[in-house]
Ligand binder design. Structure first.
Ligand SMILES: [Zn+2]
Ligand SMILES: [Zn+2]
Ligand SMILES: [Zn+2]
Length: 440
């Protein structure tokens, strides 16, 4: 049975909410999902582009345009649109409340004094207030997205809202209440898994709990003239009655995530990955000696190979060897990533490929199967193999490495499907590599 507040939420028929004695209801599969199934498709309620994207993307539909081709709003000259259709839709959905005041607001000392991410929050909160005050009170209550937004749990810390742009339609307390739901509910909107905007997607926030070993992930669909959509995609097969979880933050934040869950979200994660990290306790520093570092990398590769895909998915946390505890240090992933990019950039492709193999083993350890970051890394590895081949001699081993990486990357991105800007992205790059491979 759904509670009254839950009954108002229009749930898709393929999922249901299961109340728990303590904490948030769980979103359960009401059917079987195969890997790649779209579990939820949720239109953006309100969103704000990062400052670096302004003028490159339409403020309404986020479509990426060639420089100078978007039309500026003549009122504020600070918002950009594909055409009259996008401008008119954005105007009606709230820009009319912000347009005249926008530039004086963003140049106020109180706005300018905010940290960058608080500026984004302030703009998003302004858009939320502008949007909801663009419709009258009766309509507002009919607005399912707004009702769902108000049903979200506030974060665990008391917060005061930053100064906002439109004249107050709501009391300061109500606005603080909206803002209290930001930190622990809003989404970074990405294209090809690079963040370009922030947004509110109330139903997605309402439904899914977090896991560091999630069976689903979030992607975004950009379509001209339409507000961006968030889709929740199954990363692997999900059985009827399984809980569906998404990651609230990058599972690679193995050391800091517990504090973030505690302070920002107010929960303790009980996933299999967190149980391994908890069991390890204090994570030791990485060995400084390069020979010892290489030995750790080798042991990691052997462990992952012996365990099969995503060893952290196993519920038996005693299987993780103590002598590998240092690979859980966040500096391990950053050291390996830096080694990989520096060697790749300098043309030391054999060194890059060795780092890549260790990095891949780490990704298989800390991410669930088909996680986007694994696919992105496989694509980078395939490009490195290709560069190695064209800059030196073609060996059977390199050709096999290229083929295996590109095929494995394709499998992952076929499951995830198109994400973000429709014209390019990982799947397009994979096809180019597959085509190039034929010429070898
Ligand atoms: Zn547009
Ligand atoms: Zn304007
Ligand atoms: Zn966890």
């Amino acid at each position: 049975m759904l509670s009254d507040s839950e009954a108002k939420i229009n749930l898709a028929e393929n999922v249901y909410l299961e109340p728990q004695a303590v904490g948030r209801s769980r979103c359960m599969a009401n059917t079987t999902f195969s890997a790649g199934s779209i579990i939820l498709s949720n239109r953006s309620f309100v969103n704000v582009l990062l400052p670096s994207e302004k003028g490159h993307r339409c403020d309404h539909c986020h479509y990426l345009s060639s420089p100078g081709s978007l039309k500026r709003c003549t009122g504020c000259v600070s918002f950009y649109y594909c055409d009259q259709i996008c401008q008119s839709k954005h105007w009606k959905s709230g820009h009319r409340k912000i347009c005249r005041l926008y530039n004086s607001y963003t140049s106020t000392p109180s706005f300018q004094a905010l940290e960058e991410h608080k500026k984004m929050d302030a703009l998003l909160l302004s858009s939320l207030v502008a949007h909801t005050s663009s419709v009258d009170a009766n309509e507002r209550d009919e607005d399912t997205a707004f009702t769902t937004f108000k049903s979200l749990l506030p974060g665990p810390m008391a917060v005061l809202a930053p100064p906002i742009c439109p004249r107050y339609t709501f009391s300061a307390e109500v606005i603080d209440g909206f803002y209290a739901r930001f930190e622990n509910n809003n989404f970074s909107i990405h294209s090809h898994f690079k963040t370009y905007a922030h947004g509110i997607f109330p139903l997605a926030s309402r439904l899914f709990n977090h896991s560091c070993m999630p069976n689903a992930a979030v992607k975004f669909i950009i379509q001209v003239h339409e507000p961006v959509r968030l889709e929740v995609v199954a990363l692997r097969a999900i059985s009827k009655g399984d809980e569906i979880c998404i990651p609230y933050l990058d599972p690679a934040l193995l050391q800091t995530r517990t504090t973030v869950f505690d302070l920002t979200y107010g929960f303790t994660c009980s996933c299999s990955s967190c149980s391994v990290v908890r069991k390890v306790g204090i994570i030791p520093e990485l060995p400084e000696d390069p020979v010892e570092f290489q030995a750790v990398c080798k042991r990691l590769r052997e462990f992952v190979k012996a365990m099969g895909l995503s060893p952290f998915l196993t519920s038996d946390d005693s299987l993780f060897p103590r002598d590998l505890a240092c690979v859980l240090h966040e500096s391990f992933i950053s050291t390996l990533s830096e080694q990989f990019s520096a060697a790749s950039h300098d043309g030391h492709y054999d060194v890059a490929l060795e780092s890549s193999t260790s990095l891949f083993a780490l990704y298989q350890l800390i991410y669930p199967p088909n996680y986007p970051q694994i696919g992105l890394h496989l694509l980078e590895k395939a490009k490195t193999c290709w560069n190695h081949i064209v800059s030196s001699t073609l060996t059977m081993a390199l050709a096999a490495d290229l083929e295996n990486s590109v095929v494995a990357a394709k499998e992952i991105f076929t499951i995830i499907g198109q994400e973000g800007d429709p014209e390019d992205g990982p799947l397009v790059e994979i096809e180019t590599l597959l085509e190039a491979e034929k010429s070898l």
